[in-house]
Design a protein around this ligand. Structure first.
Ligand SMILES: [Zn+2]
Length: 258
């Protein structure tokens, strides 16, 4: 598996070798230099964008166990209108799920968080601010942001989440440091619904049921109406196909809370 330190060392070594070999800058050495810089930038961007790249940090994006099971997760809540609706559907079908909550929304709806928790779902940390520039925060600021989300969750349900999902699914060296400091288990997904942009229910259900494999983790958002609408259909489909629906910590065999 390609890792950030490997690329750092390789590009640095290539750069030093270029310096050592070329007394004078020639067109060839300039091209080679640009190639090394391009490679470095390309790999670091790829590692940041793809949550399952495991480039900066190991992110659990699916289960490798043999069981024919999947897990469903919701990000960005709790949201006043849609979260209760989703909870009722989950309860009706006896399906456990995971909710990666945003700290400031937890502060706004502590009773809703309590309901999610008491109905048997997992609560994960999804940052306090979910700031648009979160991925540019220095490590210390990120760690503080995550700690603030933990505090908001603990104030409502008296537990500290162990699982953390990166906002926007972006990872980088600062986040790797913040995650390590707080001792979180970073969790991603293997089936991205894109339900924040895909509002057409039929298309959304077709997209997420296209290629479901054992161990898959679904990413939804409990902030959109279409998600709640396709949920009964998705549960029905998964059960018809013989999939068990497990809570994410059980699927991945990791602790839920610290
Ligand atoms: Zn999010």
């Amino acid at each position: 598996m390609l890792k950030y330190p490997v690329i750092q060392i390789t590009c640095w070594a290539a750069f030093m070798a270029l310096l050592a070999v070329n007394q004078w800058w020639t067109p060839v050495s300039i091209w080679l230099f640009l190639l090394v810089v391009g490679m470095y930038l390309g790999f670091t961007a790829w590692g940041a964008i793809f949550v399952n790249s495991n480039f900066y940090i190991n992110v659990l994006c699916r289960a490798d166990g043999g069981e024919k099971a999947v897990a469903i997760s919701f990000d960005d809540g709790p949201a006043a209108g849609n979260t209760p609706q989703i909870l009722s559907i989950l309860q009706q079908h006896q399906v456990p799920a995971a909710f990666f909550c945003i700290g400031h929304r937890v502060e706004a709806h502590p009773d809703l968080l309590k309901r999610i928790y008491e109905e048997g779902h997992l609560i994960g940390n999804h940052s306090y601010s979910h700031h648009a520039l979160f991925d540019l925060f220095p490590a210390r600021k990120m760690a503080n942001d995550l700690g603030k989300a933990d505090a908001a969750i603990a104030a409502a349900i008296q537990v500290k989440p162990k699982l953390f999902r990166p906002p926007y699914g972006v990872t980088n060296p600062m986040l790797a440091k913040a995650i390590k400091e707080n001792n979180y288990i970073p969790v991603g997904w293997s089936i991205r619904s894109m339900d924040t942009v895909q509002r057409d229910e039929k298309a959304l259900l077709a997209k997420v049921t296209k290629n479901v494999r054992p161990g898959d983790i679904f990413l939804f958002h409990d902030t959109g109406a279409a998600t709640a609408k396709i949920l009964p259909g998705l549960i029905r489909y998964l059960r018809e196909q013989g999939f068990a629906i497990r809570r994410i910590d059980q699927l991945l065999n990791v602790p839920a809370y610290a």
